[in-house]
Design a binder for this molecule. Structure first.
Ligand code: FAD
Length: 307
């Protein structure tokens, strides 16, 4: 029951101000968002890649309100690419972007987001890596998929995310399972109405397996974005049945969640990519992590109260 309440709060400006100002917040936030600047994050990139992990980097931020903020988001990613170029890690470190941070919700937002994300995709390609478009709430997805298709004309390795909780996703997966596509499958992290999305965990999990089967049997490159041990072992089984080699799919998990499992899968020879977020506009990202696991909220509240 708590999850939907926290997700509603993740969109509230009042709650944003309240929680961002709580003195203890930073300690708790650091578990999921381990830095604010590129300088903070470079040692973390070096440490994780040194342990055999791959990364997808997210500069946190979403739902911006001016074109200037969208341009600043683009520039933050371009600064990151400059640093990645020095590290020479190629596709071991890719980037994830939220189009709402690139201006998608503003007037003329579809074109604006495309214009802002294109240089990031081009800069990534120039250093041998790529970009994945995150999936946000369901109202944004037609635009996201159209931008994805447009970017793939010049950069076919550009990835996108699909969410198992949405009814539309099985059809999206069939469309996206072709040769050369890179698709991350996740359960879905937004508060979605019953008209468009499964509401029960068991229904979402079943849909996840159906969609994963489509991706595994397809020609593309599936990216399994989940911490769920059951789904991870089902994914291994489906990959085996589909005759996929370990470099023909990958696992992805979030920084700060089940870290020992990241290392275990990598040690077993799997490609394991850690979604690592950094930046100052962490509120929406942080609240979704609290909503996924109420124990995180209890820990957060205890920290506030015990101060
Ligand atoms: P769950 O059943 O939620 O969790 C399984 C187990 O994992 C839990 O029992 C718990 O042990 C652990 N766990 C899960 N979440 C947490 C947490 N927050 N804190 C502590 N432990 C936890 N969603 C989108 O809507 N769009 C995206 O673009 C997107 N990108 C993602 C990228 C990656 C790499 C990953 C891993 C997730 C992404 N998500 C995205 C979030 C996703 O939709 C889920 O909300 C999230 O992954 C939780 O689902 P789960 O599959 O881990 O399963």
């Amino acid at each position: 029951m708590l999850g939907p309440v926290i997700l509603a709060a993740s969109r509230s400006d009042r709650m944003r101000r309240l929680i961002s100002a709580a003195p203890v917040t930073k300690q708790v936030v650091d578990r999921f968002i381990p830095g604010e600047t590129v300088d903070d994050i470079v040692p973390i990139i070096e440490e994780l890649t040194g342990r055999g992990l791959e990364l997808t980097m997210d500069v946190v931020g979403e739902d911006i309100t001016t074109p200037e903020q969208a341009a600043a988001a683009r520039d933050a990613y371009l600064t990151l690419v400059d640093r990645l170029k020095e590290l020479r890690l190629g596709e071991r470190v890719e980037m994830s972007v939220k189009l709402s941070m690139f201006g998608q919700a503003l007037e003329g937002g579809h074109e604006l987001a495309l214009a802002n994300v294109r240089p990031v995709v081009e800069a990534a390609a120039a250093i041998g890596t790529t970009v994945t478009l995150d999936a946000e709430d369901h109202t944004t997805l037609d635009s996201m998929f159209a931008i994805h298709e447009e970017l793939r004309k010049d950069h076919p390795q550009t990835g996108c995310v699909i969410q198992a909780y949405l009814f539309r996703t099985e059809a999206d997966a069939r469309r996206l399972a072709g040769d050369g596509s890179r698709v991350r499958l996740v359960k879905g992290a937004y508060k979605e109405p019953a008209e468009v999305a499964y509401q029960q965990k068991h229904e979402i999990d079943k849909a996840y397996v159906r969609v994963l089967l489509t991706l595994m049997e397809g020609e593309g490159y599936p990216m399994i974005g989940s911490h769920d041990p059951r789904l991870i072992s089902i994914a291994q089984e489906l990959a085996r049945k589909a005759g996929r080699k370990p470099d023909e799919y990958e696992f992805q998990m979030l920084y700060g969640i089940r870290g020992e499992e990241h290392l275990r899968l990598a040690a077993e020879g799997h490609r394991m990519r850690v979604y690592t977020a950094y930046g100052t506009d962490w509120y929406g990202y942080f609240m979704r992590r609290l909503a996924e696991k109420p124990a995180n909220l209890r820990f957060f509240l205890r920290s506030v109260i015990s101060r």
